[in-house]
Design a protein. Structure first.
Length: 303
């Protein structure tokens, strides 16, 4: 505040600020605002119910001796459904295959997306924007539309029924959105840190590995979990490319509970689905604890 400001001017500004505050409070409590709040809360409750109802059915059906599609409390609580699915060839081997597919896809995607996002984030290139638009277009292509030429290519390269080949294809299909996400996270890392490393004689690759990537751990965790979940729940690609039951993941093995002529083992299906979702939940909790909820950039640049 300048020395020439008088007391009446200060008082006038205070009164005007008070009027603005009162008008803002009045607008928040207006009937229109209350109606919008009630409408939004109602929509959120409806969406929440739509998510909770299938989860309730999974729990009740997995513990029911005679489950149906209806949500009802079991007359007799039993663990027979879990015992029926706890078999090496039905659960443990498919889960291990899912870990290999999803984990290999997530690791390869994070590494390749980091290498692709670094020049897009740090260097100004004429082909930068067209390349990003091409990557964005790649995210819009449905997997079902390209599976016929992919299957033909895999037959020619003798990659059918190959876990490594399936990981390569899942990585290629996950890279477009992963590059976009990784670039956005990488843009938040200050360039001044890299300049300091370059002055100390570090190269671009060393700067990326030792400076940039450690500071964007939350972003890497997001890309890893997103890619892992997408590969973990992918049914169509492993179903087409993996023919041997010994290589098929749990997302394909769950199809065994759908019998012919519409017969479905609802109890075993629910129990299998619960066990099938536990590794993803465990990975999410593990990553959350590892990050600790703190920002790696805190105090990195001193203004």
């Amino acid at each position: 505040m300048s020395a020439t400001t008088t007391l009446p001017e200060v008082t006038g500004r205070t009164r005007s600020a008070a009027r603005v505050s009162k008008s803002a409070k009045a607008s928040l409590s207006s009937p229109r605002t209350r109606a919008l709040r009630v409408l939004s809360n109602t929509l959120l409750i409806v969406i929440g119910i739509l998510f909770v109802v299938p989860l309730i059915w999974l729990v009740t059906a997995s513990l029911d001796a005679q489950p149906t599609l209806a949500i009802k409390m079991p007359e007799v609580i039993t663990l027979d459904n879990f015992a029926a699915v706890m078999k090496p060839d039905l659960l443990f081997l498919p889960l291990w295959n899912s870990v290999l597919l999803a984990g290999g896809t997530a690791i390869a995607t994070v590494v390749l997306a980091s290498l692709a996002a670094y020049p897009l984030s740090r260097y100004k290139m004429r082909v930068g924007k067209p390349f990003l638009y091409a990557v964005l277009f790649g995210t819009c292509l449905p997997i079902t539309a390209i599976m016929v030429p992919v299957y033909s290519l895999f037959v020619q390269l003798n990659l059918i029924d190959s876990v490594g080949g399936t990981i390569l294809f899942l990585t290629a299909s996950a890279l477009p959105i992963a590059i976009w996400m990784m670039k956005n996270f990488m843009d938040g890392v200050p360039v001044e840190l890299e300049h300091a490393a370059w002055m100390d004689g570090a190269g671009s690759m060393r700067t990326l590995v030792q400076i940039v990537l450690p500071l964007m751990r939350p972003g890497i965790a997001v890309v890893f979990i997103f890619t892992f979940i997408q590969a973990w729940g992918n049914f169509f690609v492993p179903f087409v490319l993996l023919l041997s039951p010994d290589y098929q993941p749990a997302a394909v093995s769950i199809f065994n509970f759908f019998g012919s002529f519409g017969a479905v083992a609802y109890g075993q299906l629910a129990a299998y689905s619960i066990v099938y979702s536990l590794p993803v939940l465990g990975l999410y909790v593990l990553v959350q604890r590892g990050l600790g909820g703190t920002s790696a950039l805190a105090g990195a640049v001193k203004g």
